[in-house]
Design a protein around this ligand. Structure first.
Ligand SMILES: *[C@@H]1O[C@H](CO)[C@@H](O)[C@H](O)[C@H]1NC(C)=O
Length: 316
């Protein structure tokens, strides 16, 4: 890092935030603070329910708990600083802080992307190969899928950050967003970044687009399979699948917008980046718990076991 700072005259970035009006910023502070508390409570509730409740010891719920864990991590990378920044006049972030934010955003983001694929595989086996579900999706396979998710996140973020960390920054240092986002920061480098921009488009944008199309296609195949063999369990399966499709769309939609067509409309990016930091991590627990009877029942059981009251006391 020190050799890097010799070449760069910029040692920190200035974040513009969402608004310059003091009143609006206080309003954003309150909203983001409440939403972040809801994210932490909601996702921890899912993780705790799945770990403590024997009824939820199936691969679908283990994957769901891991998704909640990813959501917790993803929203904690930038959101606490974003919230504190709403109360600051001058929102600065050090070069190292900025690089760290981008590294972990893409680490957990890439991991979550692969986890959504793992969840689709799990549902695919459950619906299209129901007789072999227990043998195919055993605990070992589950662990492998999780390891693959973490590894994918690591490879994904490293492949971009390795080239970003060495960029020289000597000149405007204003990032028009609430946290450091890869396309915005690359744009500020005082060197030719064409190749790196292409790499980000391929690595983040194209990859999200391809995954999204594959996921949607597989969910459509599953829905068609269910409709062909309509049985008593089908309405529950359709509701699970529609929850998955909603989450997948909310996660990949903004990613595709930001990364597959970057470097043109930055003002939209700023609002899309809110999706990452707060909206998707908040919606996942809502979508999964409100639509899922078993999850709701598990949370009720939890509260009767006093774990919930202990947990709420601990959190609030
Ligand atoms: C993730 O899934 C594994 C695999 O079965 C499970 O043992 C673990 O408890 C889950 N992690 C979380 C945070 O829920």
């Amino acid at each position: 890092m020190d050799t890097l700072n010799n070449r760069s005259s910029v040692s920190e970035f200035i974040l513009l935030g969402l608004s310059s009006s003091r009143e609006i910023q206080i309003l954003f502070f309150a909203i983001f603070f409440l939403v972040y508390v809801a994210i932490v409570v909601g996702n921890l509730l899912i993780v705790i329910s799945v770990i403590f409740d024997n009824h939820l010891h199936s691969s679908m719920y283990f994957l769901l708990a891991n998704l909640s864990f990813f959501d917790l991590c993803l929203s904690s990378v930038a959101t606490p600083k974003v919230i504190a920044d709403f109360l600051r006049k001058r929102k600065t972030i050090s070069m190292r802080g900025c690089m760290t934010q981008m590294f972990f955003m893409h680490f957990f983001g890439g991991g979550e992307m692969s986890l959504l694929i793992a969840m689709a595989i799990d549902r695919y086996v459950a619906i299209c190969k129901p007789l072999h579900y227990q043998t195919i999706m055993n605990h070992r396979v589950l662990i492998v899928l999780l390891l693959v998710s973490w590894t994918t996140g690591l490879i994904h973020t490293t492949s971009q950050m390795v080239f970003t960390i060495g960029l020289p920054f000597c000149g405007p240092n204003v990032v028009d967003s609430i946290f450091c986002d890869l396309p915005l920061v690359i744009k500020l480098a005082c060197t030719e970044t064409y190749i790196l921009e292409l790499l980000v488009i391929a690595d983040s944008g194209l990859l999200s687009l391809v995954c999204f199309i594959l996921l949607l296609t597989s969910y459509i195949i599953m829905l068609v399979t269910i409709w062909q063999h309509s049985s008593s369990a089908s309405s529950k399966a359709v509701s699970t699948l529609s929850a998955h499709i909603t989450v997948v769309t909310l996660f990949f939609g903004p990613a595709i917008f930001i990364y597959a067509f970057p470097f043109n409309s930055y003002s939209v990016d700023k609002f899309l980046s809110i999706f990452y930091s707060v909206i998707t991590p908040l919606l996942n627990p809502i979508i999964y718990t409100l639509r899922n009877q078993e999850m709701k029942a598990a949370i009720k059981r939890l509260s009767s076991q006093h774990i919930l009251s202990w947990f709420l006391k601990f959190c609030l």
